[in-house]
Design a protein. Sequence first.
Length: 204
Amino acid sequence: MNQQQFPSQLLENAINAFSTLPGIGRKTALRMVLHLLRQKETDVEQFAESIAQARKQIKYCKVCHNISDNDICDICNNPKRDQTTICVVETIKDVISIENTAQYKGLYHVLGGIISPMDGVGPNDLEIESLIQRVASGKIKEVIFALSTTTEGDTTNFYLFRKLSPYNIKITTIARGVAIGDELEYTDEITLGRSIINRITFNI
């Protein structure tokens, strides 16, 4: 669509803004903008304010790098969680997916991605050093690798295994109930929950 097809430059600006979101094309962006224009002005202002507030105030946990309203997230701060087990995941979305299974009661560590030389992502670009520091504290007994079962995920698993092997801990990985090549975000909760429960010892 070109600019001449829109009766308002403000409408065009709003469409351009929405179309920058992942998976949102210009047609979908147009529907979203027109929907908002039909809403009460106060509702739209509240919608915009909630997004702005989230961007300004949401923090990253200083321990596990999950999103949080505070410096330390509720999971890390929960004394009822197993403080000796860390589940290593790629993104915050994976934490949400595993939490939705209600099958895991330990802590997390969000790497912020996986090693992918093709995309220019190396170990130094990820939260790996802070994971090693957590394990080196001596309080951790088990680290679970719960990365996507892709080539990049496996590469990251191998790298982490080498880094953590010197420490006297149990290193496991989620069971292959998750199909090869799958990302955790798209795995159903029952399969993902069983993969956590039936995790296996990680070996090279």
